[in-house]
Write a protein that binds this ligand. Structure first.
Ligand code: NAP
Length: 246
């Protein structure tokens, strides 16, 4: 049984998709959650998590901006007192073949998918190191391992996340802080809704378990890595991909 009662978590990019599901599963297991997103909209995500009986607060924040993140993390520490879990989940795509990819689309994807994980990890690292415990879980992707045409920005950012994860795991291990990555395959969210039906059909055929995954499949893996049961796991990349990456 995963028990996160009394733990406080920060989840980035959490007003929808996989980030919202992660927040809900952490909350179902007892954790309080700080939701960070570029915009909080009608705050329905916060209400959904709060309805699970935990404290949930939302913070509007571009997680790739170090000055903004530093201020917001100070506020979170003042609101929650202590942070135990950081989930670097925010991510975007701007797919194109490299000959057509604009420089700004390369930079935007690297900023949100990779730089933001560095920025948020750095902002909470002294706190976790001082507490001599903590969990950092970074969102990689199967496309940072296998890679594919049209995603040089996304694939580079997710391969970078794996490097960041392994390097940080080595740095934090002596202080009881674990750092792992989850690498989803194709998951039913707004990100994959953009794909053409024939592309989705092709992936379903290629996936050994013959279907796309659900955000909950990814969230369950994150909750496990955040738990005491995963205390001896660090520097790992856990694939949640229906066998596609095998
Ligand atoms: P999503 O539905 O597009 O949600 C991403 C969230 O991140 C959105 O709420 C978005 O805000 C927010 N965001 C974007 N830029 C931000 C910024 N600068 N600061 C703060 N928040 C920001 O994506 P998802 O499918 O749930 O994916 C979540 C993570 O899983 C990403 O890292 C993605 O690369 C990874 N992943 C997804 C899949 C998949 O199949 N879906 C597969 C492998 C990996 P807006 O709503 O304003 O855009």
């Amino acid at each position: 049984m995963i028990d996160l009662k009394g733990k406080n978590a920060i989840v980035t990019g959490a007003t929808r998709g996989i980030g919202l599901e992660i927040s809900k599963v952490l909350a179902e297991n007892g954790a309080n959650v700080a939701i960070l997103d570029i915009q909080l909209g009608d705050a329905s995500s916060i209400k959904e998590v709060e309805a699970l009986g935990v404290t949930c607060k939302g913070y509007a924040c571009d997680v790739s901006n170090p000055e903004v993140v530093e201020e917001v993390f100070k506020q979170i520490l003042s609101d929650f007192g202590k942070i135990d879990i950081l989930v670097n989940n925010a991510g975007i795509t701007r797919d194109n073949l490299i000959v057509r990819m604009k420089q700004e689309d390369f930079d935007a994807v690297l900023n949100v998918n990779l730089r933001a994980a560095f920025v948020c990890t750095k902002a909470i690292s002294s706190h976790l190191l001082r507490n001599r415990s903590g969990r950092i879980i970074n969102m990689a992707s199967i496309n940072g391992i296998r890679c594919q045409a049209g995603q040089s920005n996304y694939a580079a950012s997710k391969a970078g996340i794996i490097g960041l994860t392994k390097s940080n795991a080595m740095e934090f291990a002596a202080r009881g802080v674990t750092v792992n990555a989850v690498a989803p395959g194709f998951i039913k969210t707004a990100m994959t809704d953009k794909l053409a039906p024939e592309v989705i059909a092709k992936y379903k055929e290629a996936i050994p378990l013959k279907d796309l995954g659900n955000p909950r499949d990814v969230a369950n893996a994150v909750a496990f890595l955040a738990s005491n049961e995963a205390a001896y796991i660090t520097g790992q990349v856990l694939g949640v991909d229906g066998g596609l990456g095998s």
